[in-house]
Unconditional design. Structure first.
Length: 354
């Protein structure tokens, strides 16, 4: 998973004696060796201790470590292939970091691209919480021989208000704005605050509201204002009524009869989209509104199929065709126009012989 800063992996180093954990994000797995070289120099200088043994699994990213550690006199050990039980301490630590980090992201309703910040917070919490393995001492206390300070801990993803007067463009700018707390700065003694514009502010003067998690409200995509399809607001959904203009419509045609009946107008509720009569009782659900909109129950009249159908059917001789004066020769003028057959009578023999 690509993080917001372009990282895809992370590597963690665990002290076997104090169980203290260091975590470093990686963009490539090949960056692991360079990170370890810097880590070794920092640990040996800050703690005044030498690394005497290094243990890892058989991952390919650890192969460049062997000649370097051998030259430094460090004993290198690897677990057997596909035997993670021999590397149980870092494996269990890895699981704890991932589960706690995902829990922080889920509770704050934040996307997975902030997994680096969440994993950093998870490692800080694990290092400062007491554990039964160390006789209910925290790894921080076991390593540095002093009690951890819990006053600086804040809830990940909560709303925060950093002091932003120094960032003001003019005197009428607000001195603060609502941001999202995403962690601590490694190079500063301050908090990292994500603003709605995507900018990260680092400040030590921050007011927190640890009961509110505003990320989803601040960065959710707004609803579109221009809706082109009006059916989204119609109680009939995507139903499109038939054009109200009456048109000649051939209802039945008999092959033996040269005078078909013509219907000038048929009620819309009686004819479906294929030109066939529909059952009013079956199609009543199309036109009647649901129970959740009672104010529309009286706006649609109930059709009377028998009366409307009798008034709609007229003989063929009463229909006056509309003439045209153009010079184009059509099939209608030459008498070659044949009406479409919707219903015909065919005689079939009672039996077939093969």
């Amino acid at each position: 998973m690509l993080s917001s800063e372009g990282y895809r992996y992370y590597i963690a180093f665990v002290d076997a004696f104090t169980r203290f954990t260091w975590i470093f994000p990686l963009k490539l797995k090949s960056d692991a060796f360079g990170v370890f070289v810097k880590f070794k120099k920092t640990v040996e200088l800050q703690l005044d201790r030498k690394i005497k043994c290094f243990q890892a699994d058989m991952g390919g990213e650890y192969q460049p470590f062997v000649p370097y550690l051998t030259e430094m006199g460090v004993h290198v050990r690897f677990s057997c292939p596909y035997t993670h039980q021999q590397n149980g301490v870092p494996e269990r630590k890895h699981r704890s970091v991932v589960e706690m980090g995902l829990t922080l992201l889920a509770y704050a309703d934040m996307p997975l691209k902030f997994w680096v910040e969440a994993f950093f917070i998870a490692v800080i919490l694990i290092n400062n919480l007491p554990t039964a393995v160390l006789q209910f001492m925290s790894p921080y206390e076991k390593l540095f021989h002093k009690k951890p300070n819990y006053n600086f801990l804040k809830v990940f993803g909560c709303s925060c208000f950093p002091y932003l007067r120094d960032y003001s463009r003019h005197k009428l700018d607000f001195h603060t704005q609502k941001c999202v707390f995403i962690g601590f700065s490694l190079c500063h003694k301050g908090y990292k605050c994500l603003s709605s514009s995507g900018k990260v502010y680092i400040s030590r003067n921050v007011t927190f509201n640890e009961k509110q998690f505003p990320y989803k409200a601040m960065f959710s995509s707004p609803m579109p204002t221009n809706v082109t399809d009006a059916s989204a607001f119609s109680p009939f959904g995507n139903f499109r009524p038939v054009n109200n203009v009456p048109r000649p419509f051939q209802l039945f045609y008999n092959v033996q009869n040269s005078k078909p009946a013509i219907v000038n107008h048929v009620p819309r509720s009686m004819v479906d989209s294929h030109g066939e009569f529909s059952n009013p009782s079956r199609d009543r659900g199309l036109f009647e509104p649901h129970n959740n909109s009672p104010h529309l129950s009286s706006s649609i009249p109930t059709p009377t199929p028998d009366r409307d159908l009798q008034a709609a059917i007229i003989p063929l001789q009463n229909h006056v065709p509309i003439g045209n004066a153009h010079s184009m020769i059509t099939r209608g003028k030459t008498g070659l126009l044949k009406p479409r057959v919707f219903l015909s009578k065919c005689d079939f023999p009672s039996s077939f012989f093969y």
